[in-house]
Design a protein around this ligand. Structure first.
Ligand SMILES: Cc1ncc(COP(=O)(O)O)c(C=O)c1O
Length: 386
């Protein structure tokens, strides 16, 4: 019998994928399903971005690049920080990775010893706790509520810091709640973590998907933290698998060695596409998409409240609404299956994001067009209000 590593016991499936599979089965049987479950933007890429990937293949640029990525792309990202946030980030501190998932793996491998704790909010992006576990660490899930905008605070970090705590992970805007951490609060968290000799990891993958303010980068707080980002969300390039990290100087060599060993190279055509995605013409297109997301959020948020969901904090970013469904069910997993089968709407159960009040929460993604979002709301309303 093949033995499976014991760490696998802690790696739970993505329940949303299970739901997606069921939705696809229903569609194959002739049903129409409104998809509001998967966090993947659904817009066609600008032709310039597509052409850049195609041209790189035609020119024969389909081999490995250097492990930390193309210098041209690293420089474009450095400009992204100087133009967008007035920050000087030397390109040498930027490492290109296969999606931000690749970046998260490098960081965990470089920073976490067996038994080290990594603190994170519950609810949070599910893969984070699995990355920690895969490298022998322990995910320390801290329950958060509307009172702290579903984010960790400096006080929570201080109160929960233990002897084995090594790192703190936050995401702003967050998946699944779309809520932010104010710069003042993140500054305090940075101080608490630094005083204890820990590492702060800030996931800024939804940084550009903000609807009420310009936002900031955690890189403005100092150099001794890790920032993660990606071309998957604002740039809509999920399947091209390009992300990046910005690291403190003393972590660059270990991270580069890991990148050489883990990935050899990020995908070359995708990196050329990413360079084109950062050009002003492409950014103008992505900004239009951002306005589309805002319109959908401005429609969906009040509509959900009207139906009877509770959303105590207005999501200011990303493309998710994390809604309390306790007016309808306190078993969100079954509720999601019920909505799929009976109303034809696919949404994600809270248990994908943790265990704190997961059974009374669901996540709705407004990644499809406005028409789909309107259709989803109409179906939910008809089913839940009768
Ligand atoms: C908060 C957060 N971080 C990281 C990722 C990973 O994205 P990717 O590997 O496509 O960059 C996701 C994807 O949904 C996410 O929501």
């Amino acid at each position: 019998m093949i033995s499976i590593a014991s760490r696998m016991e802690g790696i739970s499936p993505f329940y949303v994928m299970e739901l997606l599979e069921k939705a696809q089965q229903l569609e194959a049987a002739g049903r129409t399903i409104v998809h509001m479950e998967v966090g993947e933007p659904a817009f066609p890429l600008p032709s310039k971005v597509i052409a850049a990937a195609a041209e790189s293949l035609e020119r024969g640029n389909s081999g490995y690049t250097t492990a930390c990525g193309l210098t041209e792309l690293r420089k474009a990202i450095s400009r992204y920080y100087s133009d967008g946030y007035e920050l000087k980030v030397p390109f040498e501190r930027i490492i290109i990775t296969p999606g931000s998932s690749g970046a998260l793996q490098l960081v965990m491998a470089a920073a976490i010893n067996a038994g080290d704790e990594v603190m994170m909010a519950d609810p949070t992006y599910p893969c984070n706790r699995h990355f920690v576990l895969a490298f022998g660490g322990i995910a320390k899930n801290i329950p958060v509520d509307a009172a702290s905008d579903y984010q960790l605070t400096a006080e929570l970090v201080r109160d929960h810091w233990g002897e084995k705590t090594r790192a703190v992970m936050v995401a702003s805007p967050s998946n699944p709640t779309g809520t932010l951490i104010a710069k003042e609060e993140l500054t305090k968290i940075y101080q608490v973590v630094a005083e204890r000799g820990g590492l702060l990891i800030v996931d800024e993958i939804y940084q550009k998907l903000l609807y009420q303010q310009k936002g900031y980068s955690a890189l403005s707080l100092g150099e001794n933290l890790i920032v993660i980002n990606s071309f998957s969300k604002y740039f809509g390039m999920t399947g091209l698998r390009v992300g990046w990290l910005v690291a403190p100087k003393e972590m660059l060599d270990p991270l580069a060695r890991l990148a050489q060993n883990f990935f050899i190279s990020p995908p070359a055509p995708s990196q050329y596409a990413a360079i084109a995605a950062m050009e002003p013409e492409s950014i103008a297109f992505f900004e239009q998409q951002r306005q589309e997301f805002k319109k959908r959020r401005d429609f969906l948020y009040p509509a959900l409240l009207e139906i009877g969901f509770k959303v105590p904090v207005m999501p200011e970013g990303a493309f998710y609404i994390y809604a309390d469904c306790s007016n309808f069910s306190t078993d969100s997993y079954n509720f999601c299956h019920q909505l799929l089968h009976e109303a034809g709407v696919a949404i994600t159960p809270g248990k994908d994001f943790g265990s704190h009040k997961a059974e009374s929460h669901v996540r709705l993604a407004y990644t499809r067009d406005m028409e789909t979002t309107i259709a989803g709301v109409a179906r939910l309303k008809k089913y839940l209000q009768g």
